[in-house]
Design a binder for this molecule. Structure first.
Ligand code: FMN
Length: 328
């Protein structure tokens, strides 16, 4: 048996060390609730909640509460270059704390201000990292755990493998979660055996009954193999894992010339990042919810190779937990 009880399950107050990672635009309240109700923990993506699925944040959190009484988490994307965005994120963090959320996943930037507020309320903050140097910075901010995003992850992948990352981060005295490449129960058990305190999955949970993305997107995930996943800089300016389509092949995966030039300039880089952010919010929403056009991007990680069907999210959590209990 591989133990399901880890430092992470203890901190988060859950049974199964499995996170449904935040996904813009794929996270919806019903998906978060289903994962938590089955014993894992679903993470709310506030931009997805408000701008894609049309709920006011507080109402959306209350909707989840009606579906499960178990712990849920929220993603705080730290981006200080826009003051409006930063103020909104601060307000959303307060709403989440008022609504009883005590587990937070931070990405990008310095999470110190989040840790301060969350720890004062008795909660914990896990920070997304791709390399040891970012982990050391996050520890300076007082984070309680690390989410190690590896080179097979959906979303913004890191440069290092899951095996190398646990070697880099395992001695830092904080629980480390494996994010990337886990699509089936064998990979889940293998990650726990490597010494990870839990696993965060994204792509696997898109191909579920509760996820509200377009059925075509789910079918593409089920049909894809890991060789179909490529990293493109053209959506956000940094490598984003997407399914290779004729469109992706045609336009290539490097940022355009003008974008690259703008990203190099001290002032122009902020403008370029804003352009990317707006494009990202709009383009990915359209691709995920609509039937898709010939110019769309479908985000997915190499975990597609372990995904063979569309299932209820809770059944996935239970199957993975059973596999760990049965493992020798
Ligand atoms: C469609 C999609 C959107 C994502 N959006 C976010 C996000 O908004 N914030 C975040 O912290 N991580 C985001 N991620 C990363 C996931 O939370 C998770 O770490 C990752 O999907 C793990 O890799 P996997 O897809 O191989 O399971 C996203 C991933 C995907 C596939």
């Amino acid at each position: 048996m591989v133990s399901l009880a880890t430092a992470f399950t203890q901190q988060a107050g859950i049974e199964v060390p499995l996170i449904c990672g935040a996904m813009y635009p794929a996270t919806n309240p019903e998906l978060v609730a289903a994962v938590s109700e089955a014993g894992g923990i679903g993470i709310v993506q506030p931009l997805s909640m408000v701008y894609v699925h049309g709920h006011d944040l507080r109402d959306g959190l209350r909707l989840i509460r009606r579906l499960t009484a178990r712990p849920i988490g929220m993603n705080v994307l730290i981006e200080r270059s826009s003051r409006t965005y930063h103020e909104r994120m601060r307000r959303w963090l307060d709403v989440a704390l008022e609504e009883g959320i005590r587990f937070f996943v931070t990405s990008l930037g310095k999470p110190g201000w989040v840790v301060e507020r969350v720890a004062a309320a008795g909660g914990v903050v896990y920070h997304d990292v791709t390399e040891r140097r970012w982990a050391l910075k996050a520890l300076e901010s007082g984070v309680h755990g690390l989410i190690a995003v590896n080179d097979r992850a959906g979303g913004h992948a890191g440069p290092v493998s899951a095996e190398a990352l646990i070697d880099e981060l395992g001695d830092l005295g904080r629980p480390v979660i494996c994010a990337g490449g886990v699509g089936d129960e064998e990979a889940f058990v293998a990650a726990l055996r490597l010494g990870y305190a839990g696993v965060q999955m994204g792509t696997r949970f898109i191909a579920t009954e509760e996820c509200r993305v377009h059925p075509d997107y789910k079918r593409r995930i089920v049909a894809a193999t890991e060789d179909d996943i490529v990293l493109t800089e053209r959506v956000t300016g940094v490598p984003l894992a997407v399914i290779r389509t004729p469109y992706v092949e045609r336009v290539g995966t490097r940022a355009g010339k003008v974008a690259r030039w703008m990203l190099r300039g001290r002032r122009t880089k902020y403008l370029m990042r804003t352009i990317y952010a707006l494009r990202y919010v709009w383009k990915l929403k359209r691709a995920a919810l609509g039937g898709g056009s010939s110019r769309d991007y479908w985000q997915a990680g190499k975990s597609v190779s372990g995904i063979s069907g569309i299932e209820p999210a809770g059944a996935i959590v239970r199957r993975f937990a059973d596999a760990a209990r049965a493992a020798r």
